[in-house]
Design a protein around this ligand. Structure first.
Ligand SMILES: Nc1nc2c(ncn2[C@@H]2O[C@H](COP(=O)(O)OP(=O)(O)OP(=O)(O)O)[C@@H](O)[C@H]2O)c(=O)[nH]1
Length: 358
Protein backbone atom coordinates (compact mmCIF):
# COMPACT_ATOMS: atom_id res chain seq x y z
CA UNK A 1 0.00 0.00 0.00
CA UNK A 2 2.91 2.33 0.80
CA UNK A 3 4.31 1.65 -2.66
CA UNK A 4 0.95 2.49 -4.16
CA UNK A 5 0.70 5.79 -2.30
CA UNK A 6 4.22 6.66 -3.49
CA UNK A 7 2.95 6.60 -7.05
CA UNK A 8 -0.21 8.60 -6.49
CA UNK A 9 -0.40 12.11 -8.00
CA UNK A 10 1.70 14.54 -6.00
CA UNK A 11 0.13 17.88 -5.20
CA UNK A 12 3.27 19.97 -4.91
CA UNK A 13 3.00 21.24 -8.45
CA UNK A 14 -0.26 23.15 -8.60
CA UNK A 15 0.03 23.77 -12.34
CA UNK A 16 0.40 20.07 -13.04
CA UNK A 17 -2.48 19.31 -10.69
CA UNK A 18 -4.72 21.80 -12.51
CA UNK A 19 -3.80 20.33 -15.88
CA UNK A 20 -4.43 16.83 -14.53
CA UNK A 21 -7.90 17.72 -13.23
CA UNK A 22 -8.75 19.31 -16.58
CA UNK A 23 -7.48 16.18 -18.34
CA UNK A 24 -9.62 14.00 -16.05
CA UNK A 25 -12.69 16.20 -16.58
CA UNK A 26 -12.32 15.90 -20.35
CA UNK A 27 -12.05 12.14 -20.23
CA UNK A 28 -14.54 11.41 -17.44
CA UNK A 29 -17.18 14.01 -18.43
CA UNK A 30 -18.89 11.85 -21.10
CA UNK A 31 -18.84 8.78 -18.82
CA UNK A 32 -20.31 10.71 -15.87
CA UNK A 33 -23.03 12.04 -18.16
CA UNK A 34 -23.80 8.53 -19.46
CA UNK A 35 -23.98 7.13 -15.88
CA UNK A 36 -26.38 9.92 -14.87
CA UNK A 37 -28.56 9.14 -17.87
CA UNK A 38 -28.70 5.45 -16.91
CA UNK A 39 -29.42 6.27 -13.24
CA UNK A 40 -32.25 8.67 -14.21
CA UNK A 41 -33.83 6.04 -16.48
CA UNK A 42 -33.47 3.35 -13.80
CA UNK A 43 -35.19 5.68 -11.33
CA UNK A 44 -38.02 6.22 -13.82
CA UNK A 45 -38.46 2.45 -14.23
CA UNK A 46 -38.38 2.01 -10.42
CA UNK A 47 -41.14 4.63 -9.97
CA UNK A 48 -43.34 2.96 -12.58
CA UNK A 49 -42.63 -0.56 -11.27
CA UNK A 50 -43.33 0.32 -7.64
CA UNK A 51 -46.60 2.06 -8.62
CA UNK A 52 -47.79 -1.09 -10.39
CA UNK A 53 -46.47 -3.70 -7.97
CA UNK A 54 -46.51 -2.22 -4.49
CA UNK A 55 -49.14 0.56 -4.29
CA UNK A 56 -46.89 2.89 -2.25
CA UNK A 57 -48.17 5.53 0.17
CA UNK A 58 -46.94 8.52 -1.86
CA UNK A 59 -48.56 9.29 -5.18
CA UNK A 60 -46.75 8.44 -8.41
CA UNK A 61 -46.50 12.14 -9.34
CA UNK A 62 -44.77 13.00 -6.09
CA UNK A 63 -42.31 10.13 -6.50
CA UNK A 64 -41.73 11.12 -10.14
CA UNK A 65 -40.98 14.73 -9.11
CA UNK A 66 -37.19 14.17 -8.60
CA UNK A 67 -36.96 13.11 -12.25
CA UNK A 68 -37.05 16.77 -13.25
CA UNK A 69 -33.95 17.92 -11.28
CA UNK A 70 -32.20 14.62 -12.10
CA UNK A 71 -32.76 15.23 -15.82
CA UNK A 72 -31.70 18.89 -15.53
CA UNK A 73 -28.42 17.99 -13.79
CA UNK A 74 -27.82 15.25 -16.38
CA UNK A 75 -28.33 17.76 -19.21
CA UNK A 76 -26.06 20.38 -17.58
CA UNK A 77 -23.34 17.76 -17.12
CA UNK A 78 -23.30 17.14 -20.86
CA UNK A 79 -21.98 20.68 -21.42
CA UNK A 80 -19.77 20.88 -18.29
CA UNK A 81 -16.05 20.48 -18.87
CA UNK A 82 -14.66 22.60 -16.00
CA UNK A 83 -13.49 20.18 -13.27
CA UNK A 84 -15.05 21.99 -10.30
CA UNK A 85 -18.40 22.38 -12.04
CA UNK A 86 -18.37 18.73 -13.07
CA UNK A 87 -17.58 17.61 -9.50
CA UNK A 88 -20.31 19.88 -8.07
CA UNK A 89 -22.90 18.57 -10.55
CA UNK A 90 -21.91 14.96 -9.80
CA UNK A 91 -22.28 15.53 -6.07
CA UNK A 92 -25.63 17.24 -6.57
CA UNK A 93 -26.80 14.31 -8.67
CA UNK A 94 -25.84 11.75 -6.01
CA UNK A 95 -27.64 13.79 -3.32
CA UNK A 96 -30.75 14.00 -5.54
CA UNK A 97 -30.58 10.29 -6.27
CA UNK A 98 -30.32 9.39 -2.59
CA UNK A 99 -33.29 11.66 -1.76
CA UNK A 100 -35.24 10.15 -4.67
CA UNK A 101 -34.60 6.55 -3.55
CA UNK A 102 -35.75 7.47 -0.03
CA UNK A 103 -38.85 9.17 -1.42
CA UNK A 104 -39.70 6.24 -3.63
CA UNK A 105 -39.50 3.75 -0.78
CA UNK A 106 -41.49 5.90 1.67
CA UNK A 107 -44.45 3.93 2.97
CA UNK A 108 -43.14 0.65 1.62
CA UNK A 109 -43.18 -2.00 4.38
CA UNK A 110 -40.15 -3.69 2.82
CA UNK A 111 -38.22 -0.49 2.39
CA UNK A 112 -35.14 -1.68 4.23
CA UNK A 113 -34.45 -4.03 1.32
CA UNK A 114 -34.09 -0.91 -0.83
CA UNK A 115 -30.92 -0.13 1.13
CA UNK A 116 -29.00 -2.12 -1.47
CA UNK A 117 -28.58 0.66 -4.08
CA UNK A 118 -27.17 2.85 -1.34
CA UNK A 119 -24.63 0.14 -0.48
CA UNK A 120 -23.55 -0.29 -4.08
CA UNK A 121 -23.32 3.39 -4.92
CA UNK A 122 -19.92 4.04 -3.24
CA UNK A 123 -18.25 1.21 -5.17
CA UNK A 124 -20.01 1.97 -8.46
CA UNK A 125 -19.24 5.69 -8.21
CA UNK A 126 -15.62 5.34 -7.08
CA UNK A 127 -14.28 6.06 -10.58
CA UNK A 128 -16.25 9.25 -11.24
CA UNK A 129 -14.72 11.51 -8.58
CA UNK A 130 -12.05 13.78 -10.02
CA UNK A 131 -10.36 14.87 -6.78
CA UNK A 132 -9.99 13.92 -3.15
CA UNK A 133 -12.46 16.44 -1.72
CA UNK A 134 -15.30 15.36 -3.99
CA UNK A 135 -14.49 11.69 -3.44
CA UNK A 136 -14.73 12.15 0.36
CA UNK A 137 -17.92 14.24 0.02
CA UNK A 138 -19.36 11.64 -2.37
CA UNK A 139 -18.62 8.81 0.05
CA UNK A 140 -20.28 10.71 2.94
CA UNK A 141 -23.41 11.30 0.83
CA UNK A 142 -23.46 7.64 -0.23
CA UNK A 143 -23.01 6.49 3.38
CA UNK A 144 -25.75 8.74 4.74
CA UNK A 145 -28.19 8.14 1.87
CA UNK A 146 -29.80 4.88 3.01
CA UNK A 147 -30.00 5.94 6.70
CA UNK A 148 -33.50 7.55 6.50
CA UNK A 149 -34.93 4.27 5.12
CA UNK A 150 -33.37 2.34 7.99
CA UNK A 151 -34.17 4.77 10.76
CA UNK A 152 -37.72 5.61 9.64
CA UNK A 153 -38.51 2.02 8.66
CA UNK A 154 -39.04 -0.95 10.91
CA UNK A 155 -35.41 -2.06 10.88
CA UNK A 156 -34.01 -3.65 13.99
CA UNK A 157 -30.57 -3.08 15.53
CA UNK A 158 -29.09 -6.11 13.75
CA UNK A 159 -30.06 -4.66 10.37
CA UNK A 160 -28.56 -1.27 11.25
CA UNK A 161 -25.28 -2.92 12.36
CA UNK A 162 -25.30 -5.02 9.19
CA UNK A 163 -25.76 -1.84 7.17
CA UNK A 164 -22.85 -0.13 8.93
CA UNK A 165 -20.55 -3.09 8.22
CA UNK A 166 -21.61 -3.36 4.57
CA UNK A 167 -21.22 0.36 4.05
CA UNK A 168 -17.76 0.42 5.67
CA UNK A 169 -16.65 -2.45 3.40
CA UNK A 170 -18.14 -0.73 0.33
CA UNK A 171 -16.33 2.55 1.09
CA UNK A 172 -12.97 0.83 1.68
CA UNK A 173 -13.43 -0.99 -1.64
CA UNK A 174 -14.28 2.31 -3.34
CA UNK A 175 -11.16 3.96 -1.89
CA UNK A 176 -8.91 1.11 -3.13
CA UNK A 177 -10.49 1.16 -6.61
CA UNK A 178 -10.13 4.91 -6.86
CA UNK A 179 -6.49 4.84 -5.69
CA UNK A 180 -5.56 2.35 -8.44
CA UNK A 181 -7.60 4.29 -11.02
CA UNK A 182 -5.89 7.54 -10.00
CA UNK A 183 -2.45 5.96 -10.36
CA UNK A 184 -3.20 4.54 -13.81
CA UNK A 185 -4.78 7.73 -15.10
CA UNK A 186 -2.00 9.92 -13.72
CA UNK A 187 0.65 7.77 -15.39
CA UNK A 188 -1.27 7.98 -18.66
CA UNK A 189 -1.60 11.76 -18.27
CA UNK A 190 2.16 12.11 -17.71
CA UNK A 191 2.99 9.85 -20.65
CA UNK A 192 0.68 11.74 -23.01
CA UNK A 193 2.13 15.04 -21.81
CA UNK A 194 5.70 13.83 -22.34
CA UNK A 195 4.85 12.61 -25.86
CA UNK A 196 3.16 15.92 -26.65
CA UNK A 197 6.16 17.86 -25.34
CA UNK A 198 8.52 15.73 -27.41
CA UNK A 199 6.43 16.41 -30.49
CA UNK A 200 6.48 20.16 -29.81
CA UNK A 201 10.04 20.80 -28.68
CA UNK A 202 13.34 20.73 -30.47
CA UNK A 203 15.43 17.74 -29.40
CA UNK A 204 18.74 19.65 -29.38
CA UNK A 205 17.87 22.88 -27.56
CA UNK A 206 14.61 21.96 -25.78
CA UNK A 207 13.00 25.11 -27.22
CA UNK A 208 9.64 25.17 -29.00
CA UNK A 209 9.61 23.95 -32.57
CA UNK A 210 8.59 26.47 -35.23
CA UNK A 211 4.98 25.28 -35.59
CA UNK A 212 4.37 25.11 -31.85
CA UNK A 213 5.93 28.56 -31.41
CA UNK A 214 3.60 29.95 -34.08
CA UNK A 215 0.59 28.21 -32.55
CA UNK A 216 1.28 29.47 -29.00
CA UNK A 217 2.18 32.95 -30.30
CA UNK A 218 -1.22 33.21 -32.01
CA UNK A 219 -2.95 32.48 -28.71
CA UNK A 220 -0.65 34.86 -26.81
CA UNK A 221 -1.18 37.68 -29.35
CA UNK A 222 -4.96 37.30 -29.11
CA UNK A 223 -4.70 37.61 -25.33
CA UNK A 224 -2.29 40.57 -25.57
CA UNK A 225 -4.69 42.44 -27.89
CA UNK A 226 -7.63 41.62 -25.67
CA UNK A 227 -5.77 43.17 -22.72
CA UNK A 228 -4.56 46.15 -24.78
CA UNK A 229 -0.88 45.45 -24.04
CA UNK A 230 2.12 46.09 -26.29
CA UNK A 231 4.28 43.18 -27.49
CA UNK A 232 7.52 42.72 -29.39
CA UNK A 233 9.17 39.97 -31.39
CA UNK A 234 12.91 39.30 -31.44
CA UNK A 235 14.59 37.41 -34.26
CA UNK A 236 18.05 36.05 -33.39
CA UNK A 237 20.62 34.58 -35.74
CA UNK A 238 24.03 33.31 -34.58
CA UNK A 239 26.91 35.03 -36.37
CA UNK A 240 29.57 33.22 -38.39
CA UNK A 241 28.18 29.85 -37.52
CA UNK A 242 29.25 28.06 -40.68
CA UNK A 243 33.01 28.47 -39.97
CA UNK A 244 32.45 26.98 -36.50
CA UNK A 245 30.93 23.84 -38.03
CA UNK A 246 33.46 23.70 -40.85
CA UNK A 247 36.52 24.17 -38.64
CA UNK A 248 35.53 22.40 -35.43
CA UNK A 249 32.82 19.98 -36.47
CA UNK A 250 29.07 19.80 -35.94
CA UNK A 251 29.44 18.74 -32.30
CA UNK A 252 31.05 22.12 -31.52
CA UNK A 253 28.21 23.84 -33.40
CA UNK A 254 25.62 21.84 -31.47
CA UNK A 255 27.26 22.71 -28.14
CA UNK A 256 27.17 26.42 -29.06
CA UNK A 257 23.47 26.18 -29.96
CA UNK A 258 22.69 24.42 -26.67
CA UNK A 259 24.58 27.09 -24.71
CA UNK A 260 22.80 29.85 -26.62
CA UNK A 261 19.37 28.29 -25.96
CA UNK A 262 20.26 27.94 -22.26
CA UNK A 263 21.17 31.63 -22.06
CA UNK A 264 17.94 32.63 -23.77
CA UNK A 265 15.93 30.48 -21.41
CA UNK A 266 17.62 32.03 -18.38
CA UNK A 267 16.90 35.53 -19.70
CA UNK A 268 13.25 34.92 -20.53
CA UNK A 269 10.34 36.04 -18.34
CA UNK A 270 7.50 33.62 -17.50
CA UNK A 271 5.23 34.97 -20.25
CA UNK A 272 7.87 35.04 -23.00
CA UNK A 273 7.85 32.42 -25.75
CA UNK A 274 11.02 31.17 -27.45
CA UNK A 275 11.11 29.03 -30.55
CA UNK A 276 13.80 27.55 -32.75
CA UNK A 277 12.73 28.87 -36.13
CA UNK A 278 15.49 27.34 -38.24
CA UNK A 279 19.03 25.94 -37.87
CA UNK A 280 20.71 28.74 -35.87
CA UNK A 281 17.75 31.11 -35.92
CA UNK A 282 15.49 31.73 -32.95
CA UNK A 283 12.48 33.92 -32.22
CA UNK A 284 11.14 35.37 -28.99
CA UNK A 285 7.70 36.82 -28.34
CA UNK A 286 7.80 39.32 -25.47
CA UNK A 287 4.32 40.30 -24.26
CA UNK A 288 3.89 43.55 -22.36
CA UNK A 289 7.03 45.29 -23.69
CA UNK A 290 7.14 48.27 -26.06
CA UNK A 291 9.90 48.67 -28.65
CA UNK A 292 12.25 50.60 -26.35
CA UNK A 293 11.92 48.08 -23.51
CA UNK A 294 12.27 45.08 -25.85
CA UNK A 295 15.35 46.62 -27.52
CA UNK A 296 16.91 47.06 -24.09
CA UNK A 297 16.22 43.42 -23.22
CA UNK A 298 17.58 42.31 -26.61
CA UNK A 299 20.77 44.19 -25.84
CA UNK A 300 21.04 42.39 -22.47
CA UNK A 301 20.49 39.09 -24.25
CA UNK A 302 23.14 39.89 -26.86
CA UNK A 303 25.66 40.63 -24.08
CA UNK A 304 24.73 37.44 -22.22
CA UNK A 305 25.23 35.38 -25.39
CA UNK A 306 28.53 37.15 -25.91
CA UNK A 307 29.73 35.56 -22.69
CA UNK A 308 29.51 32.09 -24.31
CA UNK A 309 32.93 30.81 -25.33
CA UNK A 310 33.23 29.07 -28.71
CA UNK A 311 36.41 27.16 -29.71
CA UNK A 312 37.20 30.00 -32.10
CA UNK A 313 36.30 32.91 -29.84
CA UNK A 314 33.21 34.47 -28.31
CA UNK A 315 29.74 33.70 -29.54
CA UNK A 316 27.90 36.59 -31.11
CA UNK A 317 24.38 37.08 -32.36
CA UNK A 318 22.49 39.54 -34.54
CA UNK A 319 19.04 40.47 -33.27
CA UNK A 320 16.10 42.14 -34.99
CA UNK A 321 13.35 43.67 -32.84
CA UNK A 322 9.89 44.78 -33.98
CA UNK A 323 6.82 45.91 -32.11
CA UNK A 324 3.45 44.35 -32.78
CA UNK A 325 1.15 46.69 -34.70
CA UNK A 326 -2.18 47.58 -33.05
CA UNK A 327 -4.10 45.98 -35.95
CA UNK A 328 -4.54 42.21 -36.19
CA UNK A 329 -0.97 41.57 -37.31
CA UNK A 330 -0.26 37.85 -37.65
CA UNK A 331 2.79 36.28 -36.01
CA UNK A 332 4.03 35.25 -39.47
CA UNK A 333 4.14 38.92 -40.59
CA UNK A 334 5.82 39.94 -37.35
CA UNK A 335 8.50 37.31 -37.95
CA UNK A 336 9.07 38.56 -41.51
CA UNK A 337 9.57 42.11 -40.20
CA UNK A 338 11.80 40.93 -37.35
CA UNK A 339 13.87 38.85 -39.80
CA UNK A 340 14.27 41.96 -41.95
CA UNK A 341 15.49 43.92 -38.92
CA UNK A 342 17.91 41.08 -38.07
CA UNK A 343 19.36 41.25 -41.60
CA UNK A 344 19.83 44.96 -41.10
CA UNK A 345 21.91 44.12 -38.00
CA UNK A 346 23.96 41.62 -40.07
CA UNK A 347 24.59 44.23 -42.77
CA UNK A 348 25.61 46.79 -40.16
CA UNK A 349 28.43 44.48 -39.03
CA UNK A 350 26.74 41.70 -36.92
CA UNK A 351 26.84 41.30 -33.11
CA UNK A 352 24.24 44.01 -32.62
CA UNK A 353 20.55 44.77 -32.17
CA UNK A 354 18.47 46.49 -34.85
CA UNK A 355 14.92 47.63 -34.29
CA UNK A 356 12.32 48.93 -36.70
CA UNK A 357 9.21 50.97 -36.04
CA UNK A 358 7.46 50.39 -39.40
N1 LIG B 1 26.02 22.16 -35.59
C1 LIG B 1 24.88 22.54 -36.14
N2 LIG B 1 24.88 23.37 -37.19
C2 LIG B 1 23.73 23.76 -37.74
C3 LIG B 1 22.50 23.30 -37.24
N3 LIG B 1 21.51 23.86 -37.99
C4 LIG B 1 22.10 24.63 -38.92
N4 LIG B 1 23.46 24.59 -38.76
C5 LIG B 1 24.50 25.26 -39.55
O1 LIG B 1 24.43 26.65 -39.35
C6 LIG B 1 25.10 27.25 -40.44
C7 LIG B 1 24.35 28.49 -40.87
O2 LIG B 1 25.21 29.25 -41.59
P1 LIG B 1 24.76 30.58 -42.33
O3 LIG B 1 23.61 31.22 -41.63
O4 LIG B 1 24.58 30.30 -43.77
O5 LIG B 1 26.01 31.50 -42.19
P2 LIG B 1 26.82 32.03 -40.96
O6 LIG B 1 28.16 31.46 -41.00
O7 LIG B 1 26.07 31.85 -39.68
O8 LIG B 1 26.88 33.55 -41.30
P3 LIG B 1 26.01 34.74 -40.85
O9 LIG B 1 24.70 34.23 -40.38
O10 LIG B 1 25.85 35.59 -42.06
O11 LIG B 1 26.78 35.42 -39.77
C8 LIG B 1 25.21 26.20 -41.54
O12 LIG B 1 26.53 25.77 -41.64
C9 LIG B 1 24.32 25.05 -41.01
O13 LIG B 1 24.80 23.78 -41.40
C10 LIG B 1 22.50 22.41 -36.13
O14 LIG B 1 21.47 21.96 -35.62
N5 LIG B 1 23.71 22.06 -35.61
Amino acid sequence: MHDLLDHLPRHDDSLQQRDYRRYLAQRMGPMIHALMLVATLVYLVAVVASSVLQRPMLSGWLRALPLLPLALVTLSTRQARRPHLLSALTLLFVVLLEVSINLNTFGNPHRQTMVLPGLLLPVVSSVIWLGRWDFVAGMIVCALGPLPMLLLGNSDDVQVVQYLIYMAVAIVLAAVLRAFMARTLFEQFRLERRLREQANTDGLTGLLLRNRFLQLSRLALADIRHRGLPACVLYLDADHFKPLNDDFGHAAGDAALIAMAGTMRRQMRPDDLIGRIGGEEFAMLMPGLDLAQATQRAEQLRLAIHAIQRPDGRMSVSIGVVECRPDDEAIETLLIRADRAMRQAKRAGRDRVASTVD
